[in-house]
Design a protein around this ligand. Structure first.
Ligand code: CS2
Ligand code: MG
Length: 396
């Protein structure tokens, strides 16, 4: 089998997505997700201008070789743009391989270790009562795990509360550590009292704290037995996680901002985290994520792949196929898509009573309607930025 064409489809059914479609001389095609929220066209151009020409005539079966050729052959390796482009190619090649074998993708990853995967979604609110009200709606749908965020007094537009989507310039959120550190422990004290102890509760710090601030927060959250505390620190200095580990017995999750398995090295070898949360669309796809999952097992680390609203159903399906297969599965993040997404993407993970699964069909199980995709043209949009009250730029 030979690759005959590599298409890059940019579409905006509710929000921007970038899809890679690889076609072959035997009529089989595969799709992958190459969406990088806020920098979509950078990835699309790299795919069209630099990567696609390398693939024509290649055997799509040789996934590892193609992966290494794209990763190392560019010399300037890594980073979110190149790795998101590579992820799209990788997922599409796995899709083709599974279709050729006439098997669901999870079967090629080792087969099912479980029949369904525990998932969680995002709950937020301007105040505690609104968070509780929104949580009850999801609990009625069957969710056993929920991620909680809340408005921070005196701070405008807190993360996860106001999803400001600006076509012009990034929305500027205001954030201060002191009210945040005072509010979050009280939120979980309230939620445990109101929602009980069975519900798995998670919180995303979103890389905002210094190590000692994160240590303080982790310690104060211990009594509320979170499933995990996510992204306490910015990703650049992995050794800083030692400070949190020394100070609190609370599961820590990190990884959505990572771009290669080397980002995991210190965190795994020093057992500084408990859940690895790489984003399959930014880590280089299934090939890299499977290597990370298998390596993580050695250090008692479980998977919790990133599953935000800003990667397409293709990536969410890839998450669940890998979740079904690996032995050290932890939990899967899941988010709802805009209704118009179904015009373009034929499938998404199947939700039932707090768990996800996939249809028993060959491949990833998702086709992309190119004509429908064309009806939703790209619309520039930005992620918010965050500033302290004195104007200092802060991690959002
Ligand atoms: C968040 C993401 O879901 C999460 O864990 O960190 O929603 C993140 O804010 C977005 O992916 C950014 O595009
Ligand atoms: Mg996150």
């Amino acid at each position: 089998m030979k690759i005959t064409n590599v298409k890059t489809i940019v579409t905006c059914p509710g929000r921007n997505y970038v899809v890679v479609k690889i076609e072959t001389d035997e009529g089989l095609s595969g799709v992958g997700d190459a969406t990088l929220n806020g920098r979509e066209l950078a990835v699309a151009e790299i795919l069209k201008e630099h990567i696609a020409p390398l693939l024509h005539g290649k055997d799509p079966d040789q996934i590892e070789d193609i992966w290494q050729h794209i990763f190392r052959g560019s010399y300037w390796r890594g980073g979110p743009v190149l790795m998101t482009a590579l992820a799209g190619i990788d997922m599409a090649l796995w899709d083709i391989k599974a279709k050729k074998a006439n098997l669901p993708l999870y079967s090629l990853l080792g087969g099912k270790s479980r029949d369904k995967v525990l998932c969680y979604t995002h709950v937020s609110g301007r105040d505690f009562a609104e968070v509780k009200e929104n949580a009850l709606k999801y609990m009625e749908q069957g969710y056993k795990a929920l991620r909680f965020q809340v408005g921070i007094p005196g701070c405008k537009g807190t993360y996860g509360i106001e999803n400001i989507d600006s076509n012009n310039l990034p929305f500027v959120e205001e954030w201060e550590p002191r009210p945040y550190l005072q509010t979050i422990p009280k939120l979980f004290e309230y939620l445990r009292a109101e929602l009980g102890t069975d519900l798995e509760m998670l919180h995303d710090v979103h890389e905002r704290l210094t190590p000692v601030e994160a240590k303080i927060l982790a310690k104060e959250l211990e009594p509320y037995q979170l499933f995990f505390l996510e992204d306490p620190l910015r990703p650049e200095h992995k050794e800083s996680f030692r400070i949190i580990r020394q100070g609190a017995a609370i599961p820590i999750a990190m990884g959505e901002l990572f771009n290669t398995k080397w980002d995991c090295l210190t965190l795994f070898e020093e057992q500084l985290i408990d859940y690895i949360r790489c984003d399959l669309s930014h880590i280089g796809g299934l090939t890299e994520a499977k290597k990370i999952a298998n390596w993580a097992e050695v250090y008692h680390v479980k998977t919790a792949w990133h599953g935000p609203p800003d990667i397409s159903p293709i990536a969410h399906l890839a998450n669940v196929h890998l979740d079904l297969a690996v032995t050290n599965f932890g939990i899967q993040e899941q988010c709802a898509f805009a209704p118009e997404v179904r015009d373009v993407f034929s499938a998404q993970p199947l939700f039932n009573d707090g768990y996800l699964s996939v249809a028993e069909v060959p491949g990833l199980g998702c086709e992309v309607d190119e004509a429908a995709a064309a009806k939703y043209p790209y619309r520039r949009s930005y992620l918010p930025v965050s500033r302290r009250k004195d104007g200092t730029v802060q991690d959002w």
